[in-house]
Design a protein around this ligand. Structure first.
Ligand code: GDP
Length: 620
Protein backbone atom coordinates (compact mmCIF):
# COMPACT_ATOMS: atom_id res chain seq x y z
CA UNK A 1 0.00 0.00 0.00
CA UNK A 2 1.22 3.43 -0.82
CA UNK A 3 2.00 5.85 1.93
CA UNK A 4 1.26 8.89 -0.08
CA UNK A 5 0.05 11.97 1.71
CA UNK A 6 0.73 10.57 5.12
CA UNK A 7 1.86 13.90 6.36
CA UNK A 8 1.28 12.78 9.84
CA UNK A 9 1.74 9.17 10.81
CA UNK A 10 -1.29 7.47 12.30
CA UNK A 11 -1.29 5.41 15.43
CA UNK A 12 -1.73 2.23 13.51
CA UNK A 13 1.64 2.65 11.83
CA UNK A 14 3.35 2.27 15.17
CA UNK A 15 4.22 5.87 14.87
CA UNK A 16 3.91 8.12 17.89
CA UNK A 17 0.29 8.48 18.86
CA UNK A 18 -1.32 11.72 17.83
CA UNK A 19 -1.13 13.96 20.87
CA UNK A 20 -4.29 15.36 22.27
CA UNK A 21 -5.32 18.79 21.12
CA UNK A 22 -3.20 21.59 22.36
CA UNK A 23 -3.46 25.22 23.39
CA UNK A 24 -6.79 26.75 24.16
CA UNK A 25 -8.74 24.56 21.85
CA UNK A 26 -9.57 21.70 24.09
CA UNK A 27 -12.91 22.30 25.68
CA UNK A 28 -14.21 18.84 25.05
CA UNK A 29 -12.28 17.19 27.85
CA UNK A 30 -13.22 19.75 30.39
CA UNK A 31 -16.05 19.11 32.80
CA UNK A 32 -18.37 21.90 33.77
CA UNK A 33 -17.58 21.88 37.43
CA UNK A 34 -13.84 22.11 37.18
CA UNK A 35 -13.66 25.35 35.29
CA UNK A 36 -11.49 26.56 38.07
CA UNK A 37 -8.84 24.24 39.28
CA UNK A 38 -5.49 24.61 40.81
CA UNK A 39 -2.84 23.29 38.58
CA UNK A 40 0.51 23.14 40.37
CA UNK A 41 0.29 26.67 41.71
CA UNK A 42 -1.47 27.99 38.66
CA UNK A 43 -5.05 29.10 38.97
CA UNK A 44 -6.67 28.28 35.67
CA UNK A 45 -10.09 29.67 34.98
CA UNK A 46 -12.27 30.34 32.02
CA UNK A 47 -15.07 32.52 33.30
CA UNK A 48 -15.52 34.96 36.18
CA UNK A 49 -15.39 33.35 39.61
CA UNK A 50 -16.78 34.44 42.97
CA UNK A 51 -14.67 35.12 46.04
CA UNK A 52 -15.88 31.81 47.51
CA UNK A 53 -14.87 29.86 44.42
CA UNK A 54 -11.49 31.48 44.22
CA UNK A 55 -10.99 30.91 47.92
CA UNK A 56 -11.57 27.21 47.47
CA UNK A 57 -9.36 26.97 44.42
CA UNK A 58 -6.32 28.70 45.85
CA UNK A 59 -6.86 27.50 49.36
CA UNK A 60 -7.11 30.92 50.98
CA UNK A 61 -10.03 31.62 53.33
CA UNK A 62 -12.68 33.96 51.92
CA UNK A 63 -12.41 36.46 54.80
CA UNK A 64 -8.71 36.85 54.05
CA UNK A 65 -9.43 37.63 50.41
CA UNK A 66 -12.17 40.07 51.34
CA UNK A 67 -9.93 41.80 53.83
CA UNK A 68 -7.08 41.99 51.33
CA UNK A 69 -9.33 43.60 48.76
CA UNK A 70 -10.79 45.95 51.33
CA UNK A 71 -7.33 47.17 52.29
CA UNK A 72 -6.75 47.79 48.62
CA UNK A 73 -9.81 49.96 48.39
CA UNK A 74 -12.27 47.41 47.08
CA UNK A 75 -15.30 46.27 49.01
CA UNK A 76 -16.62 42.90 47.89
CA UNK A 77 -18.95 40.24 49.22
CA UNK A 78 -18.34 36.53 49.27
CA UNK A 79 -20.62 35.81 46.32
CA UNK A 80 -19.45 38.64 44.18
CA UNK A 81 -17.95 37.85 40.77
CA UNK A 82 -14.39 39.06 40.40
CA UNK A 83 -12.98 40.62 37.26
CA UNK A 84 -9.77 39.44 35.64
CA UNK A 85 -7.66 42.18 37.12
CA UNK A 86 -8.85 41.48 40.65
CA UNK A 87 -8.32 37.75 40.23
CA UNK A 88 -4.78 38.50 39.07
CA UNK A 89 -4.08 40.76 42.03
CA UNK A 90 -5.34 38.18 44.52
CA UNK A 91 -3.39 35.35 42.92
CA UNK A 92 -0.18 37.33 42.97
CA UNK A 93 -0.74 38.22 46.61
CA UNK A 94 -1.04 34.54 47.52
CA UNK A 95 1.77 33.33 45.27
CA UNK A 96 -0.35 31.75 42.61
CA UNK A 97 0.23 32.11 38.97
CA UNK A 98 -2.96 32.55 36.98
CA UNK A 99 -4.13 31.83 33.48
CA UNK A 100 -7.38 32.53 31.76
CA UNK A 101 -8.45 30.01 29.16
CA UNK A 102 -10.92 30.69 26.47
CA UNK A 103 -13.60 28.08 26.24
CA UNK A 104 -14.42 27.44 22.67
CA UNK A 105 -17.85 26.43 21.54
CA UNK A 106 -17.17 24.02 18.77
CA UNK A 107 -20.77 23.96 17.65
CA UNK A 108 -20.13 26.71 15.15
CA UNK A 109 -16.68 25.59 14.15
CA UNK A 110 -16.83 27.70 11.00
CA UNK A 111 -16.48 30.75 13.15
CA UNK A 112 -13.73 29.47 15.38
CA UNK A 113 -10.60 31.45 15.23
CA UNK A 114 -8.07 28.76 15.71
CA UNK A 115 -5.07 29.81 17.69
CA UNK A 116 -2.32 27.28 17.36
CA UNK A 117 0.72 27.15 19.51
CA UNK A 118 3.39 28.56 17.16
CA UNK A 119 5.62 25.63 18.11
CA UNK A 120 3.21 23.16 16.54
CA UNK A 121 2.84 25.03 13.27
CA UNK A 122 4.40 23.51 10.19
CA UNK A 123 4.65 24.62 6.61
CA UNK A 124 1.73 23.42 4.53
CA UNK A 125 1.15 23.20 0.79
CA UNK A 126 -0.58 26.10 -0.95
CA UNK A 127 -4.08 25.61 -2.34
CA UNK A 128 -4.37 26.99 -5.84
CA UNK A 129 -7.40 27.84 -8.00
CA UNK A 130 -7.05 28.52 -11.69
CA UNK A 131 -9.17 31.31 -13.14
CA UNK A 132 -9.42 33.23 -16.38
CA UNK A 133 -11.53 34.00 -19.41
CA UNK A 134 -13.30 31.19 -21.24
CA UNK A 135 -11.09 29.37 -23.75
CA UNK A 136 -7.91 30.88 -22.42
CA UNK A 137 -6.75 27.41 -21.43
CA UNK A 138 -7.72 26.82 -17.79
CA UNK A 139 -8.82 23.23 -18.28
CA UNK A 140 -5.87 22.45 -20.51
CA UNK A 141 -3.54 23.83 -17.85
CA UNK A 142 -5.19 21.86 -15.05
CA UNK A 143 -4.86 18.68 -17.09
CA UNK A 144 -1.32 19.48 -18.14
CA UNK A 145 -0.22 19.98 -14.55
CA UNK A 146 -2.01 16.84 -13.45
CA UNK A 147 -0.39 14.63 -16.05
CA UNK A 148 3.01 16.27 -16.17
CA UNK A 149 5.70 14.25 -14.53
CA UNK A 150 7.67 16.82 -12.70
CA UNK A 151 9.19 14.16 -10.52
CA UNK A 152 9.37 10.58 -11.56
CA UNK A 153 8.74 9.22 -8.12
CA UNK A 154 5.14 10.26 -8.38
CA UNK A 155 2.72 7.52 -7.53
CA UNK A 156 1.01 5.92 -10.44
CA UNK A 157 -2.47 4.52 -10.20
CA UNK A 158 -5.49 5.44 -12.21
CA UNK A 159 -6.40 8.88 -11.13
CA UNK A 160 -9.95 9.63 -10.15
CA UNK A 161 -11.44 13.05 -10.39
CA UNK A 162 -12.14 14.12 -6.84
CA UNK A 163 -12.24 17.87 -7.40
CA UNK A 164 -8.67 18.55 -6.40
CA UNK A 165 -5.27 17.01 -6.65
CA UNK A 166 -1.80 17.43 -5.31
CA UNK A 167 1.32 17.84 -7.31
CA UNK A 168 4.78 17.34 -5.96
CA UNK A 169 7.37 19.81 -7.16
CA UNK A 170 10.93 19.71 -5.85
CA UNK A 171 9.84 17.75 -2.82
CA UNK A 172 7.02 20.15 -1.97
CA UNK A 173 3.35 19.75 -2.63
CA UNK A 174 0.89 22.06 -4.29
CA UNK A 175 -2.84 21.43 -4.05
CA UNK A 176 -4.87 22.34 -7.12
CA UNK A 177 -8.61 22.80 -7.08
CA UNK A 178 -10.00 21.16 -10.21
CA UNK A 179 -12.94 23.42 -10.87
CA UNK A 180 -11.57 26.40 -12.69
CA UNK A 181 -13.21 29.77 -12.77
CA UNK A 182 -14.42 32.32 -10.33
CA UNK A 183 -17.99 31.08 -10.08
CA UNK A 184 -17.03 28.03 -8.04
CA UNK A 185 -14.44 30.03 -6.15
CA UNK A 186 -16.92 32.67 -5.09
CA UNK A 187 -19.72 30.19 -4.49
CA UNK A 188 -17.44 28.67 -1.87
CA UNK A 189 -16.67 32.04 -0.44
CA UNK A 190 -20.34 32.93 -0.34
CA UNK A 191 -20.67 30.00 2.01
CA UNK A 192 -17.92 31.37 4.17
CA UNK A 193 -15.28 28.92 3.00
CA UNK A 194 -12.02 30.38 1.84
CA UNK A 195 -9.92 27.54 0.61
CA UNK A 196 -7.72 29.20 -1.99
CA UNK A 197 -4.35 30.66 -1.08
CA UNK A 198 -3.21 31.61 -4.56
CA UNK A 199 -5.11 32.30 -7.79
CA UNK A 200 -3.40 31.48 -11.07
CA UNK A 201 -4.90 33.84 -13.61
CA UNK A 202 -4.68 32.37 -17.08
CA UNK A 203 -4.60 34.94 -19.89
CA UNK A 204 -4.20 33.81 -23.50
CA UNK A 205 -1.32 35.66 -25.08
CA UNK A 206 -3.15 35.89 -28.40
CA UNK A 207 -6.34 37.29 -26.89
CA UNK A 208 -5.32 39.45 -23.95
CA UNK A 209 -7.39 40.64 -21.01
CA UNK A 210 -11.07 39.85 -21.56
CA UNK A 211 -14.24 40.44 -19.48
CA UNK A 212 -13.93 37.27 -17.43
CA UNK A 213 -10.26 38.01 -16.82
CA UNK A 214 -11.40 41.21 -15.16
CA UNK A 215 -14.12 39.40 -13.24
CA UNK A 216 -11.55 36.92 -11.99
CA UNK A 217 -9.31 39.78 -10.85
CA UNK A 218 -12.25 41.36 -9.01
CA UNK A 219 -13.14 38.10 -7.32
CA UNK A 220 -9.58 37.35 -6.27
CA UNK A 221 -9.20 40.86 -4.96
CA UNK A 222 -12.47 40.77 -3.05
CA UNK A 223 -11.24 37.57 -1.41
CA UNK A 224 -7.83 39.10 -0.76
CA UNK A 225 -6.10 36.22 -2.50
CA UNK A 226 -2.83 36.94 -4.34
CA UNK A 227 -2.66 36.37 -8.09
CA UNK A 228 0.03 34.84 -10.27
CA UNK A 229 -0.48 35.45 -13.98
CA UNK A 230 0.09 32.59 -16.43
CA UNK A 231 0.33 34.05 -19.91
CA UNK A 232 -0.81 31.06 -21.92
CA UNK A 233 -0.72 29.95 -25.56
CA UNK A 234 2.81 31.22 -26.01
CA UNK A 235 3.23 28.62 -28.78
CA UNK A 236 0.77 30.51 -30.95
CA UNK A 237 2.10 32.81 -33.67
CA UNK A 238 -0.04 35.75 -32.52
CA UNK A 239 1.20 35.57 -28.93
CA UNK A 240 1.83 39.00 -27.48
CA UNK A 241 2.75 38.70 -23.80
CA UNK A 242 3.76 42.33 -23.58
CA UNK A 243 0.29 43.44 -24.50
CA UNK A 244 -1.16 41.18 -21.78
CA UNK A 245 1.15 42.65 -19.17
CA UNK A 246 0.20 46.17 -20.21
CA UNK A 247 -3.50 45.45 -20.20
CA UNK A 248 -3.24 43.95 -16.73
CA UNK A 249 -1.69 47.14 -15.51
CA UNK A 250 -4.91 48.96 -16.31
CA UNK A 251 -6.48 46.71 -13.66
CA UNK A 252 -3.81 47.42 -11.08
CA UNK A 253 -1.93 44.18 -11.57
CA UNK A 254 1.60 45.47 -12.08
CA UNK A 255 4.08 42.87 -13.23
CA UNK A 256 7.43 42.51 -11.55
CA UNK A 257 9.27 43.69 -14.65
CA UNK A 258 7.36 46.96 -14.35
CA UNK A 259 8.23 47.34 -10.71
CA UNK A 260 5.10 45.71 -9.34
CA UNK A 261 4.66 42.57 -7.29
CA UNK A 262 2.74 40.41 -9.74
CA UNK A 263 4.60 37.33 -10.91
CA UNK A 264 3.95 36.57 -14.57
CA UNK A 265 5.00 33.34 -16.23
CA UNK A 266 4.81 32.63 -19.95
CA UNK A 267 3.52 29.17 -20.63
CA UNK A 268 1.95 26.90 -23.17
CA UNK A 269 -0.54 24.58 -21.55
CA UNK A 270 -0.55 22.69 -24.83
CA UNK A 271 3.18 21.95 -25.18
CA UNK A 272 3.92 22.08 -21.46
CA UNK A 273 6.53 24.78 -21.89
CA UNK A 274 6.85 27.08 -18.90
CA UNK A 275 4.75 24.89 -16.61
CA UNK A 276 7.70 23.89 -14.37
CA UNK A 277 8.50 27.60 -13.98
CA UNK A 278 4.87 28.31 -13.14
CA UNK A 279 4.91 25.62 -10.46
CA UNK A 280 8.16 26.91 -9.01
CA UNK A 281 6.72 30.38 -8.85
CA UNK A 282 3.67 29.07 -7.05
CA UNK A 283 5.98 27.57 -4.46
CA UNK A 284 7.88 30.81 -4.24
CA UNK A 285 4.69 32.76 -3.64
CA UNK A 286 3.57 30.17 -1.09
CA UNK A 287 6.84 30.60 0.74
CA UNK A 288 6.31 34.34 0.90
CA UNK A 289 2.82 33.79 2.26
CA UNK A 290 4.28 31.59 5.02
CA UNK A 291 1.39 29.18 4.89
CA UNK A 292 1.32 27.14 8.05
CA UNK A 293 -0.93 24.69 9.78
CA UNK A 294 -0.88 22.51 12.84
CA UNK A 295 -0.86 18.84 11.83
CA UNK A 296 -1.40 17.79 15.43
CA UNK A 297 -4.94 18.95 15.91
CA UNK A 298 -8.06 17.18 14.73
CA UNK A 299 -8.89 18.12 11.20
CA UNK A 300 -10.98 21.07 10.16
CA UNK A 301 -11.65 21.89 6.54
CA UNK A 302 -14.08 22.27 3.68
CA UNK A 303 -16.14 20.02 1.44
CA UNK A 304 -15.01 20.54 -2.15
CA UNK A 305 -17.61 18.35 -3.76
CA UNK A 306 -20.01 15.59 -2.83
CA UNK A 307 -22.39 13.15 -4.40
CA UNK A 308 -24.39 10.07 -3.62
CA UNK A 309 -22.63 6.95 -4.78
CA UNK A 310 -25.06 4.15 -5.57
CA UNK A 311 -22.97 1.50 -3.89
CA UNK A 312 -21.12 3.41 -1.21
CA UNK A 313 -23.54 6.08 -0.12
CA UNK A 314 -22.58 9.71 0.48
CA UNK A 315 -19.15 10.38 -0.94
CA UNK A 316 -17.35 13.66 -0.47
CA UNK A 317 -14.06 15.28 -1.27
CA UNK A 318 -12.78 17.03 1.81
CA UNK A 319 -9.95 19.49 1.84
CA UNK A 320 -8.19 19.30 5.17
CA UNK A 321 -7.22 22.87 5.96
CA UNK A 322 -5.79 22.48 9.40
CA UNK A 323 -4.99 19.43 11.45
CA UNK A 324 -4.82 15.82 10.38
CA UNK A 325 -7.79 13.73 9.37
CA UNK A 326 -7.47 10.11 10.39
CA UNK A 327 -9.47 7.26 8.95
CA UNK A 328 -10.73 6.53 12.45
CA UNK A 329 -12.21 9.97 13.04
CA UNK A 330 -15.82 11.03 13.28
CA UNK A 331 -16.61 13.93 11.05
CA UNK A 332 -19.28 16.57 11.56
CA UNK A 333 -20.28 18.30 8.37
CA UNK A 334 -23.29 20.51 7.93
CA UNK A 335 -25.79 19.21 10.45
CA UNK A 336 -24.84 15.56 10.21
CA UNK A 337 -21.95 13.42 11.26
CA UNK A 338 -20.45 10.12 10.29
CA UNK A 339 -17.51 7.84 10.84
CA UNK A 340 -15.02 7.73 8.05
CA UNK A 341 -15.18 4.29 6.51
CA UNK A 342 -12.64 4.80 3.80
CA UNK A 343 -10.38 7.63 2.79
CA UNK A 344 -8.59 7.73 -0.56
CA UNK A 345 -6.51 10.17 -2.54
CA UNK A 346 -6.88 11.12 -6.18
CA UNK A 347 -5.00 7.98 -7.19
CA UNK A 348 -7.45 5.79 -5.26
CA UNK A 349 -4.73 4.95 -2.75
CA UNK A 350 -6.22 4.26 0.67
CA UNK A 351 -4.98 6.70 3.29
CA UNK A 352 -4.79 6.34 7.03
CA UNK A 353 -4.34 10.01 7.58
CA UNK A 354 -4.30 13.23 5.65
CA UNK A 355 -2.53 16.39 6.75
CA UNK A 356 -3.12 20.08 6.03
CA UNK A 357 -4.03 21.08 2.45
CA UNK A 358 -4.64 17.46 1.43
CA UNK A 359 -7.77 16.70 -0.57
CA UNK A 360 -9.28 13.31 0.19
CA UNK A 361 -12.29 11.40 -0.95
CA UNK A 362 -14.18 9.92 2.00
CA UNK A 363 -17.12 7.62 2.44
CA UNK A 364 -19.00 7.06 5.66
CA UNK A 365 -20.84 10.36 6.05
CA UNK A 366 -24.50 9.96 6.88
CA UNK A 367 -25.74 12.53 4.36
CA UNK A 368 -24.47 14.18 1.21
CA UNK A 369 -22.99 17.52 2.24
CA UNK A 370 -22.83 20.58 -0.04
CA UNK A 371 -19.71 21.98 -1.59
CA UNK A 372 -18.48 24.73 0.66
CA UNK A 373 -19.71 23.10 3.88
CA UNK A 374 -17.10 23.13 6.58
CA UNK A 375 -16.25 19.98 8.45
CA UNK A 376 -14.54 19.14 11.69
CA UNK A 377 -13.21 15.83 12.93
CA UNK A 378 -13.76 14.43 16.39
CA UNK A 379 -12.23 11.46 18.13
CA UNK A 380 -15.43 10.18 19.68
CA UNK A 381 -18.84 9.49 18.31
CA UNK A 382 -20.65 11.05 21.25
CA UNK A 383 -19.04 14.45 20.71
CA UNK A 384 -19.65 14.34 16.99
CA UNK A 385 -23.29 13.46 17.53
CA UNK A 386 -23.85 16.17 20.12
CA UNK A 387 -22.27 18.83 17.96
CA UNK A 388 -24.25 17.72 14.91
CA UNK A 389 -27.48 17.89 16.92
CA UNK A 390 -26.69 21.35 18.22
CA UNK A 391 -25.92 22.48 14.70
CA UNK A 392 -29.21 21.13 13.46
CA UNK A 393 -31.00 23.11 16.12
CA UNK A 394 -29.04 26.25 15.35
CA UNK A 395 -29.80 25.89 11.67
CA UNK A 396 -33.51 25.57 12.28
CA UNK A 397 -33.42 28.71 14.41
CA UNK A 398 -31.44 30.55 11.79
CA UNK A 399 -33.79 29.55 9.01
CA UNK A 400 -36.59 31.05 11.02
CA UNK A 401 -34.86 34.35 11.45
CA UNK A 402 -33.09 34.60 8.11
CA UNK A 403 -29.78 36.23 7.41
CA UNK A 404 -28.88 38.86 4.93
CA UNK A 405 -26.04 40.59 3.20
CA UNK A 406 -25.76 44.26 3.99
CA UNK A 407 -28.66 46.36 2.81
CA UNK A 408 -28.79 50.09 2.69
CA UNK A 409 -31.22 50.16 5.60
CA UNK A 410 -28.82 48.00 7.64
CA UNK A 411 -26.06 50.36 6.72
CA UNK A 412 -28.10 53.22 8.01
CA UNK A 413 -28.66 51.44 11.32
CA UNK A 414 -25.08 50.33 11.61
CA UNK A 415 -23.80 53.83 10.97
CA UNK A 416 -26.09 55.10 13.69
CA UNK A 417 -24.75 52.46 16.02
CA UNK A 418 -21.20 53.37 15.02
CA UNK A 419 -20.62 49.81 13.94
CA UNK A 420 -19.72 49.93 10.30
CA UNK A 421 -16.17 50.06 8.98
CA UNK A 422 -16.31 48.71 5.46
CA UNK A 423 -19.01 48.97 2.85
CA UNK A 424 -18.78 46.63 -0.09
CA UNK A 425 -20.59 47.45 -3.30
CA UNK A 426 -20.91 45.82 -6.71
CA UNK A 427 -21.64 48.33 -9.47
CA UNK A 428 -23.30 47.50 -12.78
CA UNK A 429 -24.04 50.21 -15.33
CA UNK A 430 -25.07 50.62 -18.94
CA UNK A 431 -21.58 51.63 -20.00
CA UNK A 432 -18.13 51.00 -18.65
CA UNK A 433 -17.44 54.74 -18.45
CA UNK A 434 -20.41 55.24 -16.15
CA UNK A 435 -19.48 52.20 -14.07
CA UNK A 436 -15.96 53.51 -13.54
CA UNK A 437 -17.23 57.01 -12.75
CA UNK A 438 -19.63 55.61 -10.16
CA UNK A 439 -16.87 53.50 -8.65
CA UNK A 440 -14.59 56.52 -8.35
CA UNK A 441 -17.33 58.67 -6.83
CA UNK A 442 -18.50 56.03 -4.38
CA UNK A 443 -14.98 55.24 -3.22
CA UNK A 444 -14.32 58.94 -2.77
CA UNK A 445 -17.03 58.95 -0.13
CA UNK A 446 -14.82 56.90 2.20
CA UNK A 447 -14.23 58.64 5.48
CA UNK A 448 -11.71 58.02 8.24
CA UNK A 449 -14.07 55.58 9.86
CA UNK A 450 -16.01 54.08 6.97
CA UNK A 451 -14.32 52.73 3.88
CA UNK A 452 -16.26 52.20 0.69
CA UNK A 453 -14.98 49.37 -1.49
CA UNK A 454 -16.37 48.87 -4.97
CA UNK A 455 -15.57 45.22 -5.53
CA UNK A 456 -16.42 45.26 -9.18
CA UNK A 457 -17.65 47.92 -11.59
CA UNK A 458 -18.56 46.93 -15.09
CA UNK A 459 -21.03 47.34 -17.92
CA UNK A 460 -23.92 45.01 -18.55
CA UNK A 461 -26.95 43.41 -16.99
CA UNK A 462 -26.90 42.42 -13.33
CA UNK A 463 -25.95 38.77 -13.43
CA UNK A 464 -25.76 35.68 -11.26
CA UNK A 465 -22.11 36.38 -10.93
CA UNK A 466 -22.75 39.82 -9.44
CA UNK A 467 -25.20 38.37 -6.94
CA UNK A 468 -22.68 35.71 -5.99
CA UNK A 469 -19.89 38.20 -5.51
CA UNK A 470 -22.14 40.45 -3.44
CA UNK A 471 -23.38 37.57 -1.36
CA UNK A 472 -19.86 36.33 -0.67
CA UNK A 473 -18.68 39.75 0.35
CA UNK A 474 -21.66 41.06 2.27
CA UNK A 475 -22.15 43.65 -0.43
CA UNK A 476 -25.15 45.21 -2.09
CA UNK A 477 -25.51 45.92 -5.78
CA UNK A 478 -26.00 49.27 -7.42
CA UNK A 479 -27.53 49.01 -10.89
CA UNK A 480 -27.40 52.10 -13.03
CA UNK A 481 -29.69 51.95 -16.04
CA UNK A 482 -29.49 48.19 -15.98
CA UNK A 483 -31.89 45.62 -14.61
CA UNK A 484 -31.66 42.11 -13.32
CA UNK A 485 -33.95 39.67 -15.07
CA UNK A 486 -36.55 37.78 -13.07
CA UNK A 487 -34.26 34.84 -12.46
CA UNK A 488 -31.36 36.94 -11.15
CA UNK A 489 -33.80 38.95 -9.05
CA UNK A 490 -34.97 35.74 -7.46
CA UNK A 491 -31.42 34.59 -6.82
CA UNK A 492 -30.68 37.88 -5.13
CA UNK A 493 -33.75 37.48 -2.99
CA UNK A 494 -32.72 33.99 -1.99
CA UNK A 495 -29.23 35.16 -1.13
CA UNK A 496 -30.67 38.24 0.65
CA UNK A 497 -28.63 40.50 -1.58
CA UNK A 498 -30.08 43.94 -2.01
CA UNK A 499 -30.17 45.34 -5.54
CA UNK A 500 -30.66 49.10 -5.76
CA UNK A 501 -31.50 50.57 -9.12
CA UNK A 502 -31.00 54.12 -10.27
CA UNK A 503 -31.08 56.13 -13.41
CA UNK A 504 -29.79 59.47 -12.21
CA UNK A 505 -26.23 59.56 -10.94
CA UNK A 506 -26.65 62.26 -8.33
CA UNK A 507 -29.66 60.47 -6.86
CA UNK A 508 -27.56 57.38 -6.39
CA UNK A 509 -24.73 59.33 -4.82
CA UNK A 510 -27.11 61.34 -2.61
CA UNK A 511 -28.71 58.20 -1.35
CA UNK A 512 -25.33 56.75 -0.48
CA UNK A 513 -24.22 59.94 1.24
CA UNK A 514 -27.39 59.93 3.32
CA UNK A 515 -26.95 56.30 4.30
CA UNK A 516 -23.35 56.90 5.28
CA UNK A 517 -24.39 59.74 7.49
CA UNK A 518 -26.87 57.43 9.14
CA UNK A 519 -29.83 59.34 7.83
CA UNK A 520 -33.02 57.46 7.22
CA UNK A 521 -33.53 56.90 3.56
CA UNK A 522 -37.01 57.46 2.35
CA UNK A 523 -37.36 55.57 -0.81
CA UNK A 524 -39.73 55.21 -3.63
CA UNK A 525 -39.68 51.53 -4.15
CA UNK A 526 -40.39 50.17 -7.52
CA UNK A 527 -42.52 47.16 -7.57
CA UNK A 528 -42.08 45.17 -10.73
CA UNK A 529 -45.40 43.70 -11.81
CA UNK A 530 -44.09 41.44 -14.53
CA UNK A 531 -41.98 40.90 -17.60
CA UNK A 532 -42.78 39.94 -21.17
CA UNK A 533 -40.47 38.84 -23.92
CA UNK A 534 -40.94 40.19 -27.43
CA UNK A 535 -40.97 37.25 -29.79
CA UNK A 536 -42.25 38.67 -33.09
CA UNK A 537 -42.28 42.11 -34.60
CA UNK A 538 -45.17 43.33 -36.75
CA UNK A 539 -44.89 46.67 -38.46
CA UNK A 540 -48.29 48.20 -39.18
CA UNK A 541 -48.52 51.59 -40.74
CA UNK A 542 -50.51 54.10 -38.68
CA UNK A 543 -50.20 51.91 -35.55
CA UNK A 544 -46.43 51.53 -35.45
CA UNK A 545 -44.43 48.54 -34.32
CA UNK A 546 -46.32 45.85 -32.46
CA UNK A 547 -44.44 43.36 -30.34
CA UNK A 548 -45.92 39.90 -30.32
CA UNK A 549 -45.01 39.03 -26.76
CA UNK A 550 -45.14 36.32 -24.15
CA UNK A 551 -45.50 37.19 -20.48
CA UNK A 552 -42.66 35.34 -18.75
CA UNK A 553 -43.40 36.41 -15.19
CA UNK A 554 -46.06 38.25 -13.19
CA UNK A 555 -48.58 40.37 -15.05
CA UNK A 556 -48.33 43.12 -17.59
CA UNK A 557 -50.92 45.84 -17.06
CA UNK A 558 -52.41 48.26 -19.59
CA UNK A 559 -51.02 51.84 -19.32
CA UNK A 560 -48.32 50.51 -17.04
CA UNK A 561 -44.99 52.23 -16.65
CA UNK A 562 -42.48 50.09 -18.48
CA UNK A 563 -38.88 49.88 -19.38
CA UNK A 564 -37.47 48.13 -22.39
CA UNK A 565 -34.46 45.94 -21.78
CA UNK A 566 -32.06 44.64 -24.37
CA UNK A 567 -29.48 42.21 -22.97
CA UNK A 568 -30.32 43.45 -19.51
CA UNK A 569 -29.64 47.09 -20.32
CA UNK A 570 -32.44 49.63 -20.15
CA UNK A 571 -32.80 51.19 -23.59
CA UNK A 572 -36.09 52.96 -23.16
CA UNK A 573 -38.46 53.96 -20.41
CA UNK A 574 -42.03 55.00 -20.89
CA UNK A 575 -45.53 53.64 -20.78
CA UNK A 576 -47.35 50.91 -22.60
CA UNK A 577 -49.37 52.09 -25.58
CA UNK A 578 -51.75 49.31 -26.27
CA UNK A 579 -52.10 45.86 -24.79
CA UNK A 580 -54.15 43.38 -26.77
CA UNK A 581 -55.01 39.74 -26.65
CA UNK A 582 -56.01 38.67 -30.16
CA UNK A 583 -57.92 41.72 -31.31
CA UNK A 584 -59.26 42.86 -27.97
CA UNK A 585 -57.82 45.49 -25.68
CA UNK A 586 -57.25 43.97 -22.25
CA UNK A 587 -56.52 45.35 -18.80
CA UNK A 588 -53.80 42.88 -18.05
CA UNK A 589 -52.08 39.75 -19.29
CA UNK A 590 -50.85 37.09 -16.90
CA UNK A 591 -47.74 34.94 -16.93
CA UNK A 592 -47.86 32.21 -19.56
CA UNK A 593 -50.08 34.12 -22.01
CA UNK A 594 -49.30 35.80 -25.28
CA UNK A 595 -50.20 39.36 -26.16
CA UNK A 596 -49.56 42.12 -28.62
CA UNK A 597 -48.21 45.39 -27.28
CA UNK A 598 -46.98 48.77 -28.35
CA UNK A 599 -44.91 51.28 -26.44
CA UNK A 600 -46.02 54.88 -26.36
CA UNK A 601 -43.85 56.94 -28.68
CA UNK A 602 -41.29 54.20 -29.28
CA UNK A 603 -41.05 51.87 -32.25
CA UNK A 604 -37.53 50.54 -32.22
CA UNK A 605 -38.35 47.27 -30.47
CA UNK A 606 -36.61 44.04 -31.45
CA UNK A 607 -37.18 40.34 -31.00
CA UNK A 608 -35.70 39.19 -27.70
CA UNK A 609 -36.30 42.54 -25.96
CA UNK A 610 -37.87 42.39 -22.52
CA UNK A 611 -40.70 44.69 -21.54
CA UNK A 612 -40.79 45.15 -17.79
CA UNK A 613 -43.87 46.66 -16.19
CA UNK A 614 -43.57 48.39 -12.81
CA UNK A 615 -45.35 50.58 -10.29
CA UNK A 616 -43.90 53.07 -7.83
CA UNK A 617 -44.71 52.61 -4.18
CA UNK A 618 -43.59 55.01 -1.47
CA UNK A 619 -41.84 53.31 1.39
CA UNK A 620 -39.80 54.46 4.33
P1 GDP B 1 -10.88 27.07 -20.72
O1 GDP B 1 -12.21 27.44 -21.24
O2 GDP B 1 -10.17 28.27 -20.15
O3 GDP B 1 -10.87 25.90 -19.78
O4 GDP B 1 -9.99 26.70 -22.00
P2 GDP B 1 -9.56 25.25 -22.54
O5 GDP B 1 -8.53 24.67 -21.66
O6 GDP B 1 -10.77 24.47 -22.79
O7 GDP B 1 -8.85 25.67 -23.88
C1 GDP B 1 -9.53 26.30 -24.94
C2 GDP B 1 -8.86 25.98 -26.24
O8 GDP B 1 -7.55 26.52 -26.26
C3 GDP B 1 -8.70 24.49 -26.48
O9 GDP B 1 -8.94 24.22 -27.83
C4 GDP B 1 -7.26 24.21 -26.12
O10 GDP B 1 -6.72 23.14 -26.84
C5 GDP B 1 -6.60 25.52 -26.54
N1 GDP B 1 -5.39 25.79 -25.77
C6 GDP B 1 -5.26 25.81 -24.44
N2 GDP B 1 -3.99 26.09 -24.10
C7 GDP B 1 -3.32 26.28 -25.25
C8 GDP B 1 -1.95 26.59 -25.54
O11 GDP B 1 -1.11 26.78 -24.69
N3 GDP B 1 -1.63 26.70 -26.87
C9 GDP B 1 -2.53 26.51 -27.85
N4 GDP B 1 -2.11 26.64 -29.11
N5 GDP B 1 -3.80 26.21 -27.59
C10 GDP B 1 -4.20 26.07 -26.32
Amino acid sequence: MKKKNNNYPSKKNNAPARPQRVSNFEPRQRKKEDYAKVNGGVFVYSKPVTVAELSKAINVPSPAIIKFLFLNGKAVTINQLLDDETIGTICLEYDYDFKKETVVDETHFEELEIVDDPASLQERPPVVTIMGHVDHGKTTLIDAIRSSRIVDTEAGGISQNIGAYQKEVKGKKITFIDTPGHAAFTAMRARGASVTDIVVLVVAADDGVMPQTIEAIDHARAADVPVIVAINKMDKPGANPRKVVEELMAHNLVAEEYGGDIITVQISAKTGKGIPELLENILLKAEMLELKANPIRYAIGTVLEANLDKGEGPKATLLVQNGTLSNADYVVVGETYGKIRRMTDEHRAVLKSAGPATPVSVIGLSAVPSAGDRFMAFPEERQAREIAEKRQLAKTMQQRSGTAALSLADLNNLVNAGKVKDINIVVKADSDGTAQALKANLEKMSTDTIKVHVLSASAGAISDNDVLLASASGAFIYGFNVRPDARVRQKAEEAHVEIRLHKIIYELLDEMTAAMKGMVVVEKVESVTGQAEIRHIYKISKVGTIGGSYVTSGVLKANSKIRLLRNGVVIYEGTLGSLKRYKDDVKEIKEGYECGLTIDGYNDIKEGDIVEGYELVEKK
